[in-house]
Design a protein around this ligand. Structure first.
Ligand code: COA
Length: 333
């Protein structure tokens, strides 16, 4: 296998946290004009988790981050950088990463937020690995965390069925053992030409918050699901082609595909188009819904817990989301 990135960086510990509150499809039937049967058939989702009123994104992120540190056996004061991938930060500023740093006691770290919507965790993984490979950091905590429920229009049946809250974290370190953990390859991209199909239009400097923006529900996610669906399947298929061309990897050497959990049908279509065996695609969308930047690290943590991802395995991570943004990462776990 030819490695383009070839960064000797390993995931030393994974952690995940999801809120206790479960919102299942039968509860959504009471809120909007939908049915459990429609949601399961069109998305694969049966339930999702919703943050408690007192919980913000930093609370979920800190809980996942602490678990990743524990799994890695590392003290918080030894963390050099915290990269918090989120599109639902606590505030416009300060950065949610700084709040997380203080909450977990990472007093010697610097931290920043990374906004690439559903592709955020893959962008963060790439940056964390590059920081370590360059020698600028030894221990980097990359967290994907979201409270999408706060930006969901609970009156819009075409979008509110999709999203959930949660956080996942990975502690990255340099790999010294030959044949150990490695970021084998990564390819990222973005293009705002079709940004309008998935956005929260108001609340930034383009469209500041006003009584009118609130009345028009412009602070909630606006989604053209069918358009996103088509573009996601096409772009993720292209990414797999690029990966095959540039690395020469044989798809049968990939132990597990961990795609962003956007829609079961998107995942199955990408697998079919790319000739990836569907049974090797890890899915927890049935229980979690789409948790944006948190979905891949939560899925990784669960896959490891279930024995589906083991040390030495080659995993393919795939993401597509708002921006629009996309990414593919091939790593040896
Ligand atoms: N319950 C029942 N009917 C619903 C519904 C719901 N929750 N939501 C939409 N419908 C209806 C529509 O009104 C439409 O009715 P019509 O044919 O009478 O106009 C019909 O179902 C089909 O709608 P459509 O939007 O074409 O459905 P779809 O098969 O594309 O599924 C999504 C909709 C949103 C599930 C799907 O497009 C999707 O998952 N897209 C990507 C999600 C995404 O953007 N995620 C974030 C970035 S990763």
């Amino acid at each position: 296998m030819k490695s383009l990135c070839n960064l000797p960086v390993r995931i030393a510990g994974l952690g995940a946290y999801v809120p206790d509150k479960v919102l299942d499809n039968s509860m959504l039937e009471q809120m909007v004009d939908t049915t459990d049967e429609w949601i399961v058939r069109r998305t694969g989702i049966k339930e999702r988790r919703i943050a408690a009123p007192r919980q913000a994104t930093s609370d979920l992120a800190a809980a996942a981050g602490r678990k990743a540190l524990k799994a890695a056996g590392l003290a918080a004061r030894d963390v050099d950088a915290v990269i918090l991938c989120t599109c639902t930060p606590d505030h416009v500023f300060p950065a949610t990463a700084c709040i997380v740093q203080t909450a977990i006691g990472a007093v010697n770290a610097f931290g920043y937020d990374l906004q690439a919507a559903c592709s955020g965790f893959l962008f963060g993984l790439m940056q964390g690995a590059a920081l370590i490979d360059s020698g600028m950091a030894e221990n980097v905590l990359v967290i994907g965390a979201e409270t999408l429920s706060r930006f969901t229009d609970w009156e819009d049946r075409s979008s509110c069925i999709l999203f959930g809250d949660g956080a996942g974290a990975a502690l990255l370190q340099k790999e010294s053992a030959p044949g150990g953990g490695e970021v084998v390859f990564c390819e990222m991209g973005g293009d705002a030409a079709r940004a309008d199909i998935l956005e929260v239009p108001a609340g930034g400097s383009r469209l500041v918050a006003s009584e009118e923006t609130v009345r028009q529900r412009r602070h909630y996610m606006q989604l053209q699901g069918r358009e996103v669906f088509k573009l996601a399947v096409g772009k993720l298929g292209e990414l797999v082609d690029t990966l095959e061309e540039k690395t020469g990897v044989d798809m049968k050497d990939i132990s597990l595909i961990i795609p962003h959990q956007s829609n079961e049908r998107i995942i199955r279509s990408v697998c079919d188009r790319a000739g990836l065996p569907q049974e090797r695609a890890y899915m927890n969308i049935e229980r979690m819904g789409n948790t944006s930047a948190a979905s891949i690290p939560i899925a990784m943590e669960q896959a490891v817990g279930e024995g589906k991802l083991k040390r030495g395995d080659i995993a393919l991570l795939l993401a597509f989301g708002g921006g629009l943004t996309w990414g593919a990462t091939l790593l040896r776990y």
